[in-house]
Design a protein around this ligand. Structure first.
Ligand code: MEV
Length: 439
């Protein structure tokens, strides 16, 4: 049985790799070679990446692709996407091209309010707690001034602090429910620093508050943390055109619009479909969030919670046909930053943002939402016409050929060969070995 390793974080990077290779790999030398192959020759750049996290042993590559021709609010964008799934960038590019000829995407930020909470236990009279809160509230703002100064100068900061009584749901449980405007920063550090100071001021002030009895003075802070559920930090993206303009080679426009609306309605009422439908949206959202150095886990958590906000998980998009006009739209919560965090550190993130014209956070929210809507459009378009596998497997073909260690010539041959055939794992493998046998 393996023994726990002591003092691991103090080992050098090489020592960590050696330990790992010996402990876990049948061929330690090969493992070390592979880990090191992914190191960057530029030592400064490598060190930058090493220091993003603890115990870095190597870099983990994801392709960074681009989807051009995104017309958003009458401005053309080329969108950077970091993702491993073969068909996503191609689908984005196709949807972008389709809508660029039909007026493009419209996007609008609805609100930019972020939330954080101090969760605490108070055993006493709730009216006296309310009075204490009114008394201490200015102190909560005052004591965070060193943290909020710069943000306030730029027009952001703490919007409000509310006392919330949650004792109906959990005995003696209350919250300071706080709202923030963090401008172009994602704001996690700013919000959490403010919350921790609120908690300190709130707890210490209670001890001094003469109207409290001995038990009431002992406020117990459980935790102080931002919420990734941000329904009031929300963006809308939409496309629309006359049904006649949905002309394409796959199907008559009326039938296309009708099937499309049905497909979205199914995702609205059927959670099994809604999850996959929304996963497709997140293919676009996450890829841009990642390319721009933002926190995709936060975005995922918030978006899926929003999809279930009415008590049942449902589609994030809606589609309709009214008076001969097809409309397809989505509203999602997004907390993104274009300053701070990785945005000023990771060279590829900086280039991704520059590619987008160094957007403000609200502008990036619009771009990300459009990438999600475009991805959903592309997926539904395939699903209701040719089926998803045709395009998907075409893109996956190179992955299969790489697994088979095909040469460049063989790859070129099979891309041509499968142009008019259905590529499945089996059909590609069989055709590959047939060719090799002939050679
Ligand atoms: C695959 O990554 C995403 C889709 O399954 C989305 C969908 O079904 O709408 C194609």
């Amino acid at each position: 049985m393996k023994q726990p390793v002591e003092g691991f974080s103090r080992l050098t990077k090489n020592q960590k790799i050696d330990w790992l290779a010996k402990a876990y790999f049948a061929n330690p030398e090969k493992a070390v070679t592979i880990f090191k192959k992914y190191w960057n020759d530029d030592e400064k750049l490598q060190k930058l990446h090493d220091e993003f996290i603890e115990n870095t042993i190597t870099n983990y590559y994801l392709p960074l692709g681009i989807a051009p021709n995104f017309l958003i609010n009458d401005r053309l964008y080329t969108i950077p996407m970091a993702i491993e799934e073969s068909s996503v960038v191609a689908a984005a590019g196709k949807a972008a091209k389709f809508w660029s000829k039909r007026g493009g995407f419209k996007a609008e930020v609805i609100a930019t309010e972020k939330i954080g909470q101090v969760h605490f236990i108070y055993k006493g009279d709730s009216e006296r707690l309310q009075n204490y809160f009114t008394h201490i509230k200015p102190g909560l703002f005052n004591d965070t001034e060193t943290i909020t100064g710069n943000m306030k100068k730029r027009g952001g900061g703490i919007i409000d602090i509310e006392l919330r009584d949650k004792t109906d749901e959990l005995e003696n449980y209350y919250q300071l429910h706080c709202t923030f405007n963090t401008l172009d920063a994602m704001g996690a550090n700013f919000i959490n620093s403010c919350l921790e100071q609120f908690a300190k001021t709130f707890k210490e002030g209670a001890v001094e508050y003469t109207a409290f009895n001995a038990e009431e003075k002992k406020i117990q802070i459980i935790m102080s943390i931002l919420s990734n559920y941000v329904p009031d930090c929300r963006v809308k993206a939409a496309v629309s055109c006359k049904v006649d303009a949905l002309n394409e080679d796959r199907m008559p426009p009326e039938e296309f619009a009708d099937k499309f609306v049905r497909a979205v309605e199914i995702a609205r009422i059927e959670p099994y479909r809604a999850v996959t439908h929304n996963k497709g949206i997140m293919n676009g959202v996450d890829a841009v969030v990642l390319a721009t150095g933002n926190d995709f886990r936060a975005v995922e958590a918030g978006v899926h919670a929003y999809a279930a906000k009415d008590g049942k998980y449902t589609s994030l998009t809606r589609a309709s046909v009214k008076d001969g006009t097809f409309r397809f739209e989505m509203e999602i919560p997004l907390t993104l930053g274009t300053v701070g965090g990785l945005t000023s550190l990771h060279p590829l993130v900086k280039l991704s943002l520059e590619m987008l014209g160094n957007p403000s956070a609200p502008e990036l929210m619009q771009i990300v939402a459009v990438a999600g809507l475009a991805q959903n459009f592309a997926a539904i378009r395939s699903l209701i016409t040719t089926g998803i596998q045709k395009g998907h497997m075409k893109m996956h073909l190179l992955n299969i050929l790489n697994q088979l260690h095909a040469t460049e010539e063989e790859k070129e041959y099979f891309v041509r060969y499968f142009k008019d055939k259905t590529a499945t794992h089996r059909s590609v493998t069989e055709a590959f070995y047939r060719l090799r046998e002939k050679a």
